[in-house]
Design a binder for this molecule. Structure first.
Ligand SMILES: Cc1cc2nc3c(=O)[nH]c(=O)nc-3n(C[C@H](O)[C@H](O)[C@H](O)COP(=O)(O)O)c2cc1C
Length: 395
């Protein structure tokens, strides 16, 4: 993390950018971060409104919401928000309103965890199946059961009979996101990644086997989202990690237990990215491998580290390119200047600094420490702790 003692020359990061059919004020995005502060019915609340408003006022060009459930049957956590009903839409509407009044923009990241679903999570019917591409359970393990009782193993997934039903769930959620005033929607990993990866997808129908077949679900979802949101649809992928990272709890490859060999990963994601780019998306975010969240299992790291910009950047010709994952403001400025990316997303820096972009612009120190024990809140503690109580500096 940069700790400048004098203002930095970050002029390029502060130039506006057209993304889909909106313009964002700068190249400093806030990446999706699950924080589990919604109410028990997964309705966004005033605490969340304050959190997003703080970061909009802190200068975020584009905020991506925390991953937001598209169905009651799609979570591994309690208190993560949803967007499948009108009460949730009304809750989100209050958030998008204040973000817009503060001059920022906000996308909704749509979420189905696939086989990482826990049948005892809130709003989940215990009799409903856990759905995945094939009937292969995820590994489970410590840290995957936020607030949930019981053991830490995942059940055996039921192979989804008709994946098009899940495409429809994403489309319905996107329609709700539109009603809620979001500027766009983002598709993430999880179910999509489980279909892409040949170690979790063993299907023999048109949704499994070849790269083309394994990428079909992700592409159908994107096409469905484009039907609802036009050019304001984005994609976040993490080819080296299995799913977007989560620094504290080894939630990446280990528990998901996904891992194609590197060559298959490159082949699959090259196809997926180049086909996705043909859909004229707003932007594609490449989430970098992070060694500190890659667990060692049976003596081996699980990730497949490779350089995402040089591997996949060449396939992104229509969408804007964003990078996330341990990016510093200085690196972001250099990457934008050299034309390798159009902007960068930041996660942890925004978590601990509500005014992260303003601090960059004013050369202020990034001196708040993230409260790791409050990343995901807790039922027995004040939800504002480690959430809305990080101080901004005085300008
Ligand atoms: C607490 C926390 C929760 C996260 N939840 C999500 C999420 O819901 N969706 C997602 O795509 N990535 C999620 N991430 C990953 C971040 O979006 C980002 O890709 C990652 O933290 C790397 O960026 P950074 O090094 O700037 O923190 C989460 C990260 C953190 C720290």
């Amino acid at each position: 993390m940069s700790n400048p003692s004098k203002p930095l020359n970050m002029a390029v990061l502060f130039t506006p950018l057209d993304v889909g059919d909106i313009t964002i004020a700068n190249r400093i995005g806030m990446s999706a971060m699950t924080r589990n502060r919604a109410d028990a019915r997964r309705i966004p609340n005033n605490i969340m409104k304050k959190y997003y408003l703080q970061r909009a006022l802190g200068g975020a060009g584009l905020i991506v919401s925390e991953a937001t459930l598209i169905s009651p049957q799609s979570s591994q956590y309690d208190r993560s928000p949803g967007i499948w009903n009108m009460e949730q839409v009304a809750g989100w509407k209050k958030i998008t309103n204040v973000v817009h009044l503060a001059g920022s923009k906000i996308y909704c990241q749509l979420w189905h965890v696939g086989r990482l679903n826990k049948s005892d999570a809130e709003t989940q019917s215990p009799t409903e199946s856990i759905h995945g591409p094939s009937d292969i359970p995820a590994r489970g393990g410590r840290g995957c059961l936020h607030f949930l009782p019981g053991n830490s193993e995942f059940g055996i997934a039921t192979s989804i009979p008709d994946p098009l039903k899940f495409v429809q769930l994403f489309k319905d959620a996107a329609a709700n996101a539109k009603l809620a005033g979001f500027d766009g929607v983002e598709s993430n990993g999880f179910l999509v990644h489980q279909f892409l990866d040949s170690t979790s997808n063993r299907r023999t129908d048109k949704w499994g086997g070849s790269c083309e077949n394994r990428a079909r679900l992700g592409l159908e979802i994107l096409k469905g989202l484009v039907e609802v949101f036009g050019p304001n649809v984005s994609l976040k992928i993490s080819p080296g990690m299995g799913k977007p990272g989560c620094p504290s709890l080894s939630l990446a490859e280990g528990q998901s237990n996904i891992r194609m060999p590197l060559q298959d990963t490159i082949e699959t994601f090259s196809y997926f990215v180049s086909e996705a780019d043909k859909l004229k998306l707003a932007y594609i975010t490449l989430a970098r491998y992070a060694p500190h969240i890659d667990p060692t299992i049976d003596g081996k790291k699980r990730g497949t580290p490779h350089d995402l910009l040089s591997t996949y950047g060449k396939f992104i010709n229509n969408a804007k390119t964003f990078l996330v994952g341990g990016v510093s403001p200085e690196e972001a400025e250099e990457l934008v200047k050299s034309g390798q990316v159009n902007g960068a997303f930041f996660g942890m820096p925004w978590l601990a600094h509500p005014d992260f972009a303003k601090r960059i612009g004013h050369g202020k120190r990034m001196d708040n420490l993230p409260a790791m024990s409050h990343l995901y809140g807790d039922v027995n503690v004040d939800l504002c702790l480690g959430y809305t109580d990080y101080p901004a500096v005085t300008y």
